[in-house]
Design a protein around this ligand. Structure first.
Ligand code: HEC
Length: 108
């Protein structure tokens, strides 16, 4: 019985931490320090070498960053950068970039 209670509380803890609100302020600071040089200040890169990541779905961004971190997706630049990101950093950055305006608001 004790182990069922322990397992249940672990599960609840895992669920509640995954539902935790993203820290957008921390993400903005981290993005400015580590991502803006290539992806632009709000994720709209001006250089065709670097993808536009603003306005992308948060789940996609998070999965992609985890894939770079694990080496499942290969890129010499992004693997090195993602290696230094914690799960929390990834959650925060993904939520923040998803909230930025991508090209959908840009007029051509
Ligand atoms: C030195 C330049 C550079 C920096 C700094 C950089 N990136 Fe990237 N990023 C790239 C390049 C180049 C690619 C395309 C790699 C590929 O082809 O997989 C990329 C791809 C990505 C992708 C995948 C986009 C897609 O559509 O699949 C994400 C997400 C991403 N970067 C997020 C970040 C985040 C978050 C940071 C900061 C923590 C960051 N990048 C910092 C150059 C950079």
């Amino acid at each position: 019985m004790k182990s069922v209670i322990a397992a249940t509380s672990l599960l609840l803890l895992a669920i509640s931490s995954s539902l935790q609100a993203a820290d957008l302020k921390a993400a903005e600071a981290l993005a400015g320090e580590q991502c803006a040089a290539c992806h632009g200040p709000t994720g709209v890169s001006q250089n065709p070498e670097w993808p536009i990541i603003a306005g992308q779905h948060a789940d996609y961004l998070a999965r992609t960053l985890r894939q770079y971190r694990s080496g499942e997706r290969e890129d010499p630049l992004m693997q090195g950068i993602a290696a230094g990101l914690s799960d929390e950093d990834i959650r925060n950055l993904s939520a923040w970039y998803a909230r930025q305006d991508g090209l959908k608001t840009k007029q051509y």
